[in-house]
Design a protein around this ligand. Structure first.
Ligand SMILES: [Cu+2]
Length: 258
């Protein structure tokens, strides 16, 4: 026992320290989206709830293991079930889950159910395939799948401060569109179009990662998100328009999905 306690203490100490670091957001990637703040808040709140429950239950476990360990001359007691106890430890977690479901509802709705509808929304289509991201912008006509479209690979350009609406599909297998700095993660699924939306409040270059093991080349399915100021984005888009359309040659029809 004397040898075990220091080790236990050390393990618990490390867990506590890393817990605080986690909850503090130290180990999270920087967040640059409006909704990301709310998502981080939920994450931290749930983290603390889980941490407290973890220490309470593990503490109780360690206490009982030590307190009721085998000792000479002591017989094991036979204890029948306790209905009251069963009710208590079922009802409390149920109440906590109901609270979380209600508390997070608005954030969930903002992230998943209410796509931006304002006129300045920037729309992009992304077709994920092994092992790259095909990005498509509507041309000057504002419509997708026409001859004036712009397409590119593994590069996504967006303006700062405007709502960005991305339609995602997959050509072959399930991929996952992941923007760690904007708290966006969405599976790209063959046969269906899924929308994600976010905004960026800081210019710069950020990672787009595939967070679904999608084949041998999964590790290199990485792209860049460029967040420009509004003016930079407008002139970038104009430059692309001037350079000429690059309609998709994916050999695949977005609308038909074949
Ligand atoms: Cu992938």
């Amino acid at each position: 026992m004397k040898r075990v306690l220091p080790v236990l203490g050390l393990v618990i100490g490390i867990l506590c320290t890393s817990g605080v670091a986690f909850a503090d957001g130290t180990w999270l990637p920087d967040n640059f989206s409006t909704l990301g703040k709310e998502i981080d808040h939920l994450w931290q709140m749930i983290f603390w709830m889980v941490t407290i429950v973890f220490f309470l239950t593990e503490g109780a476990l360690i206490y009982f293991v030590v307190r009721f360990r085998e000792r000479p001359g002591q017989k094991a007691a036979y204890i029948r079930e306790s209905n009251a106890l069963e009710v208590v430890w079922s009802v409390i977690p149920a109440l906590v889950l109901v609270f979380l479901a209600l508390y997070q509802w608005n954030t969930w709705a903002e992230a998943k159910l209410r796509p931006p509808e304002s006129a300045d929304t920037v729309k992009v289509q992304i077709l994920a395939q092994q092992f790259e991201w095909n990005v498509r912008y509507a041309g000057p006509d504002g419509a997708f799948a026409t001859d004036d479209d712009l397409t590119m690979k593994n590069q996504l350009y967006i303006p700062e401060g405007k709502p960005i609406l991305i339609q995602i599909r997959a050509l072959d297998v399930i991929h996952s569109f992941f923007l760690p700095n904007f708290r966006v993660k969405q599976d790209a699924v063959p046969g269906t179009t899924v929308q994600v939306w976010f905004d960026a409040n800081k210019t710069g270059k950020y990672e787009i990662a595939c967070s679904e093991i999608c084949g041998l080349g999964h590790y290199r399915m990485r792209a860049l998100l460029h967040v420009y100021t509004n003016d930079e984005f407008e002139s970038w888009l104009q430059e692309k328009y001037d350079a000429g359309a690059t309609p998709a040659d994916w050999g695949w029809d977005w609308e038909e999905g074949v």
